[in-house]
Ligand binder design. Structure first.
Ligand code: ARG
Length: 446
C-alpha cells in the first residue's frame, strides 16, 4: 500500500517499486521509528492537535506493534514488495490494526524528519555500543600487557631500533583506542539535536512543540534550522570517519600480530580458537582473524568515501539520494563491531614468547643509542659520539658479538671516556631506568 497514491493516475512500475524500496535494509530502524512516533503522537495529544482519546488509541496500537515485533509475532520480512520503507510499514500496520484513527499519526510530520530522526537515534544507540566495545578491547590490551612484562625490541623501518617492553607496546594501542572513544563521544555530543518537527523542510502550520519531543527522546535540544535538520547527515560521516580510524588502528595491530606470529619472528602464538588451517599444507596455522580484520578495513573506508560522495552535490533539503546513507553505514557498524569483538578474543587469548622477544632485544645493537648518550654524558658532542658508536657496531659485526660483550679495554680503544659505569648503559633493563624511559616501565619521570 502507498501513503502517497492520491495524485497518481497510473500504477508504479514493479521494477521501480523494488528499486525505490528501502525496507529490505531500513527495517532495522523499527524500534527508533516507533519510539519516535510515540513521542510525536503524545505531543500531538498534549498540544490538542488531535483528541487525547485518538492519541491514546494510536499509542496503544504502536506499542502493540513494537511488542509484536520484539516477540517475533510480527515478522519484518525485509521484502521490498511488503513495504516502501519501515515508516510506511509501521503506519500501514497501525491503520490495519486500529482503523482510520491511525491515519492521524502523520499529522504535522513528514517522512523526511521521521527518517532523519530514526537514523540519528539509531546512530546514537549504536555509537554507545561502539564506545563500550572499544573500551573492552582497551581493557583486554591492558590485561595482556600486565600478563607479560618482558622486554621487546622497538622498531622503526621494521628494523630493530631500541628496547621497549611488550606492555608498553600494548599501551600504544590503548592510547589510539582511547582517542577513538573520544572521537565517538565528541560526535555524540554534536549530533544530539532532534530533527523531529522540521516536517518536510519548512516546519508546519500546526502548533507542534519540538521541545517536548526533543526532551522525550533525550535530545539536548531541537535542531536550529528545518532545512538543515532534514538534510544533515554529518553525524553519519563523523561516525564513519571515527570507525575508519578505529579500523586503521585495528589493521595496524593485526599487521603486527601477523608478523609476530610468523616463523621469522615467533614473538607470539595466536590461540587455535582464532586461527585456521590449510586444506593442503598440514603444518599450517594461519592468522585468519587478523588478516580478515586488516582486509575489512577497506570496506569501512569505502563506506565513508561512499557517503561523502552521495552528500557532496545535494541541493537542500531532502533528496532521495540520501536513502543511500543506510546500507554503507549499517555495514560499517556491523563490520567495525565484529572486528572489535574478534580482536578482543584474539588479544585475550594471545600467548607471548617472552624468551624469544628478550633474545631479539640482545641481537641488533638495541643499546647503541644509549652508548652514544653515555659518551655525551662524559662531555663528548653527540655527533662525535654517534660516529664512535657506529665504529663500535662495525667492529662487533665483524666479531659477531654484542656491544656488551666487549671488555672495558676494548671499548677504551674507541674512546678514553669509557669506564665501568658504561655497563649501566648497556644493560637493557637498566636502560629503562634512565631519563624519561622510566615511563616505559610505568614509573613517573620527574
Ligand atoms: N526511505 C526514505 C529514506 O530512507 C525515507 C524518506 C522518504 N522521504 C521521501 N520524501 N520520499 O530516506
Amino acid at each position: 500500500m502507498k501513503l502517497w497514491g492520491g495524485r497518481f493516475r497510473q500504477q508504479e512500475n514493479q521494477m521501480m517499486e523494488d528499486f525505490n524500496s528501502s525496507f529490505p535494509f531500513d527495517y532495522r530502524l523499527y524500534e527508533q521509528d516507533i519510539t519516535g512516533s510515540l513521542a510525536h503522537v503524545m505531543m500531538l495529544g498534549r498540544q490538542k492537535i488531535i483528541e487525547q482519546s485518538e492519541a491514546e488509541a494510536i499509542i496503544a496500537g504502536l506499542t502493540g506493534i513494537l511488542e509484536d515485533i520484539a516477540t517475533g509475532k510480527l515478522v519484518l520480512s525485509g521484502k521490498a514488495s511488503d513495504a516502501e520503507d519501515i515508516h510506511t510499514f509501521v503506519e500501514v500496520e497501525l491503520i490495519r490494526r486500529i482503523g482510520d484513527v491511525g491515519k492521524k499519526l502523520h499529522t504535522g510530520r513528514s517522512r523526511n524528519d521521521q527518517v532523519a530522526l530514526d537514523m540519528r537515534m539509531y546512530a546514537r544507540d549504536q555509537a554507545e555500543v561502539l564506545v563500550d566495545k572499544v573500551q573492552m578491547l582497551i581493557d583486554a590490551l591492558e590485561k595482556k600487557g600486565e600478563e607479560y612484562s618482558c622486554l621487546m625490541p622497538g622498531y622503526t623501518h621494521l628494523q630493530r631500533a631500541q628496547v621497549v617492553t611488550f606492555s608498553y607496546h600494548m599501551g600504544a594501542y590503548q592510547s589510539m583506542l582511547r582517542r577513538d572513544k573520544k572521537r565517538i563521544q565528541n560526535a555524540l555530543e554534536l549530533m544530539n539535536e532532534s530533527p523531529l518537527g522540521c516536517a518536510a523542510l519548512a516546519g508546519t502550520t500546526h502548533n507542534i512543540d519540538r521541545n517536548q519531543t526533543a526532551q522525550a527522546l533525550s535530545f539536548a535540544k531541537p535542531v536550529d534550522n528545518f532545512l538543515d535538520g532534514v538534510s544533515d547527515r554529518d553525524y553519519l560521516l563523523e561516525l564513519l570517519s571515527a570507525m575508519s580510524i578505529i579500523m586503521v588502528h585495528l589493521s595496524r595491530l593485526c599487521e603486527e600480530l601477523i608478523l609476530w606470529s610468523s616463523q621469522e619472528f615467533r614473538f607470539v602464538d595466536i590461540d587455535d580458537a582464532y586461527a585456521t588451517g590449510s586444506s593442503i599444507m598440514p603444518q599450517k596455522k594461519n592468522p585468519d582473524a587478523c588478516e580478515l580484520v586488516r582486509g575489512k578495513s577497506g570496506r569501512v573506508f569505502g563506506h565513508l568515501m561512499g557517503l561523502l560522495t552521495v552528500m557532496k552535490g545535494l541541493p537542500l533539503a531532502y533528496n532521495k539520494d540520501m536513502q543511500e546513507d543506510k546500507q554503507g553505514f549499517f555495514d560499517a557498524l556491523d563490520t567495525t563491531m565484529a572486528c572489535l569483538d574478534i580482536m578482543q578474543g584474539v588479544i585475550s587469548t594471545l600467548r607471548v614468547r617472552e624468551d624469544v622477544m628478550e633474545k631479539s632485544v640482545r641481537e641488533g645493537f638495541l643499546n647503541a643509542t644509549e652508548v652514544a648518550d653515555y659518551l655525551v654524558s662524559k662531555g663528548v658532542p653527540f655527533r662525535d659520539a654517534h660516529g664512535i658508536v657506529g665504529r663500535i657496531v662495525i667492529a662487533c659485526e665483524d666479531q659477531e658479538c654484542a656491544i656488551e660483550d666487549l671488555s672495558l679495554d676494548q671499548l677504551r680503544t674507541f674512546h678514553s671516556a669509557f669506564d665501568e659505569s658504561i655497563y649501566d648503559y648497556l644493560d637493557y633493563r637498566q636502560i629503562l631506568q634512565k631519563g624519561n624511559k622510566k615511563e616505559i616501565i610505568g614509573e613517573k619521570h620527574a
